[in-house]
Design a protein around this ligand. Structure first.
Ligand code: DAT
Ligand code: MG
Length: 152
């Protein structure tokens, strides 16, 4: 049985620019993820270099930093049973051309750099990346515990 987990997701500047925020969030919600925090922001170069520190020195690093800082992105924390793996599955492969049909990158990505979405690759990465974008205070208690009021 999968434990309840949280993962960090991004809608990258290409997908924001293309007007795909709503459709991407719909796919995520329909797969049973709960959004426990969300914000729109534009990363500084320093922040982007810190977020992607593990790719420093790779040939695509400078281009990746240019792209991820090119406009606003949407950052969110998702909660679900097995959220880290389940969200990676929903995203599809890094290269949209190799992503399975129906995945977010197959649907909304353009190429290996402009690939529409990010998702943490392990529970350890998720903890680091969630803390990068959100303070504990900003994250709601699990929505699974919440009830919609019968009357307002
Ligand atoms: P993922 O985003 O699937 O976790 P990653 O962590 O290997 O992939 O790389 C982070 C981002 O860097 C990826 O979303 C897009 C970019 N990237 C990776 N490999 C690349 C390549 N060969 N050429 C251009 N950009 C690349
Ligand atoms: Mg990665």
């Amino acid at each position: 049985m999968n434990a309840l987990e949280r993962t960090l997701g991004l809608i990258k500047p290409d997908a924001v620019q293309a007007g795909h925020i709503g459709k991407i969030l719909d796919h995520i919600l329909m797969r049973g993820f709960r959004i426990v925090g969300m914000r729109m922001l534009r990363l500084s170069r320093t922040a982007a270099e810190n977020f992607y520190f593990m790719h420093r020195g790779r040939p695509f690093f400078e281009s990746l930093i240019d792209f991820i800082t090119s406009g606003p992105l949407v950052a969110f924390v998702l909660e679900r049973e097995g959220a880290v793996h389940a969200y990676r599955e929903l995203m599809g492969a890094t290269d949209p051309a190799k992503a399975a049909p129906g995945t977010l990158r197959a649907l909304f990505g353009t190429n290996v750099e402009r690939n529409a979405v990010h998702g943490s690759d392990s529970p350890e990465s998720a903890r680091r990346e969630i803390a990068f974008f959100f303070s504990e205070m900003e994250l709601m208690f699990p929505l699974v515990e919440q009830k919609i009021p019968a009357e307002l």
